[in-house]
Design a protein. Structure first.
Length: 330
């Protein structure tokens, strides 16, 4: 069975974008692949975090993983920092990555271009840690959003470079980008990705927020003055985003939704989108509460970390032998 790995960085509360672009797909993948899913908490601290809030976000993240339908009997769920090998391989990847490759990474470039100050070295080099996360487990496939494909490309480049220099060591991973819903945009500015890190509460649907707030956000979503429902991301990005959200959750094709709303206004369309989204999120929130009350999270993370660490230790030992870092281990 082919192996797949992915993770989410819960630096804030998880969003509808996370759910559509990642979480729902994880549940499908666990039946077809040997799936490893982790909470990327080391990546959270590339920017300052409130410790109490971060701790809550991490617990909520794993609870939502389980609430979405990820089954610890079918996949391996763990906290990144529980497997210390990630950080050590991250340093080794640092030393096998060129500055030019890091200079091309989007997140640091964007923040620097915006004039943000006090940017950390971690924010600059975190793509190396992400590459280590992937290469540690010999992942064949890595599901990512369209804007994250760059990170898998870096992992591929590093793996090929290392293999060419020191012999077969890493599996070269392939990115998997969902056809529908890979990138959900902000409701208030549909030219930007829906993000938990943006300071715009109206544009981002939080999975654990009150359902009434979610409904209000959708009904207030920015559209346009053309007054007809059509999928045209360039000229009607707001309507196109709502169509993408509806289709991704309901399973109905975008063409079918557009055909049903021919000659109808945006208000009626938004009501249907709101109903589809709120019904889905309410089911998720109910299951989330059950998971929290069950007390299973600690055991799930402990079992997952133990399994992940056995694989990670074996891979790290192999890498260190190849590099000449180990004196006695052959």
């Amino acid at each position: 069975m082919k192996r797949m790995l992915s993770g989410i960085k819960p630096s804030g509360q998880l969003t509808l974008g996370n759910y559509i672009g990642a979480l729902r797909n994880f549940v499908k993948y666990q039946d077809d692949y040997e799936l490893f899913v982790f909470v990327a908490n080391l990546h959270c601290i590339t920017v300052p975090q409130d410790p109490a809030q971060l701790k809550k976000n991490l617990k909520d993240c794993i609870a939502i993983y389980l609430a979405c339908g990820l089954d610890p009997e079918k996949c391996t769920l763990f906290l990144q920092s529980d497997v210390l090998e990630h950080a050590q391989l991250g340093w080794i990847i640092d030393c096998n990555t060129y500055l030019g490759e890091l200079n091309r990474q989007t997140q640091f470039k964007d923040k620097k271009a915006k004039g943000e100050t006090n940017l950390t070295a971690g924010l600059y080099t975190y793509p190396c840690l992400m590459a280590a996360d992937i290469l540690m487990y010999d992942a064949d496939y890595v599901p990512v959003g369209a804007d994250q494909k760059q990170h898998v490309e870096l992992a591929r480049d590093v793996a090929e470079r290392f293999n060419n220099r020191l012999g077969d060591t890493f599996v070269v991973p392939e990115p998997v980008v969902a056809e529908v819903g890979a990138k959900i945009m902000s409701l208030s500015d549909p030219t930007k990705k829906m993000s938990k890190s943006e300071n715009d509460d109206k544009g981002c649907i939080i999975l654990l927020e009150d359902i009434a707030i979610t409904r209000k956000k959708i009904m207030s979503a920015v559209t346009d003055s053309l007054a007809y429902v059509r999928f045209d991301p360039e000229n009607q990005p707001g309507i196109s985003n709502l169509l993408t959200i509806h289709s991704a959750i309901s399973g109905e094709s975008i063409d079918s939704i557009v055909a049903r709303y021919e000659g109808k206004g945006y208000g009626e369309f938004k009501k249907e989108v709101a109903e589809v989204v709120c019904t889905e999120i309410q089911k998720l929130q109910d299951e989330y509460k059950r998971v929290i009350e069950s007390g299973i999270i600690e055991k799930v993370l402990e079992d997952g970390a133990n399994k992940a660490q056995r694989i990670a230790r074996k891979k790290l030992n192999k890498v260190q032998r190849k590099l000449g870092l180990d004196i006695f281990r052959k």
